[in-house]
Design a protein around this ligand. Structure first.
Ligand code: 5GP
Length: 206
């Protein structure tokens, strides 16, 4: 399948700083839209239905899977998550590039569907730092944190299958890395041909 815009997929273990990095990127880049996923997990803190996620029941989620409504889906930390076809279509219709903030399983499914998707993996600088960040964030109980840390050991193994890797040691520097990847992708011939058609037409370049 061809995606008309640029498709960026960001994955990371919990606590590596993925959401903050993507949020910072969206603030400085008005051509990017984030895809809102569906999940069966309960909302946390200030999360609102339709903003961070579409929060749905397991029955409703699996009905959508059966109906072919998801581009990709996966079970992560005991809950189901999926990217609906509609979530992508909305952003593409708005002429924007899309960023998907999903787990590594979903990222690899997206690469199978869209060969030109750019997969970016965020690594923490160390296991100690990851544990500290998960504890500091204060969103989850001890058992959930322990499960996320255990899962992280397997998740980081997947970094080798991604196009780019960012080590999030210093936040500002990681935002710069992310922005650089997005910018470089937009400078590729096919992407530029799409975004600057007048220039290419004037130069008789197909
Ligand atoms: P959280 O519950 O902390 O918001 O997310 C848990 C994990 O699920 C994160 O790695 C997050 O990126 C991932 N995730 C969120 N939405 C999706 C999705 O639509 N598909 C997949 N495969 N993973 C997702």
């Amino acid at each position: 399948m061809k995606h008309p815009g640029n498709l960026f997929v960001v994955a990371a273990p919990s606590g590596a700083g993925k959401s903050s990095l993507v949020k910072a990127l969206l603030e400085i880049d008005s051509h990017l839209a984030v895809s809102v996923s569906h999940t069966t997990r309960a909302p946390r803190g200030q999360e609102r239905d339709g903003r961070e996620y579409h929060f749905v029941s397991a029955e409703s989620f699996h009905a959508k899977v059966a109906a072919g409504d998801f581009l990709e889906w996966a079970e992560v930390h005991g809950h189901w998550y999926g990217t609906s076809c509609g979530a992508i279509e909305q952003t593409v219709a708005g002429g924007q590039d899309v960023v998907l903030e999903i787990d590594w399983q979903g990222a690899l499914q997206i690469k199978q569907l869209f060969a030109n998707a750019v997969l970016i993996f965020i690594l923490p600088p160390s296991w100690d730092e990851l544990a500290q960040r998960l504890n500091r964030r204060g969103e989850d109980g001890a058992a959930v944190i322990a499960q996320r840390l255990a899962n992280a050991r397997h998740e980081v193994e997947q970094a080798r299958n991604f196009d780019f890797v960012i080590v999030n040691a210093l936040f500002e520097s990681a935002v710069f890395d992310l922005k650089t990847i997005v910018h470089s992708q937009r400078l590729k011939y096919a992407a530029l041909r799409r975004s600057r058609p007048a220039v290419f037409d004037a130069l008789n370049l197909s």
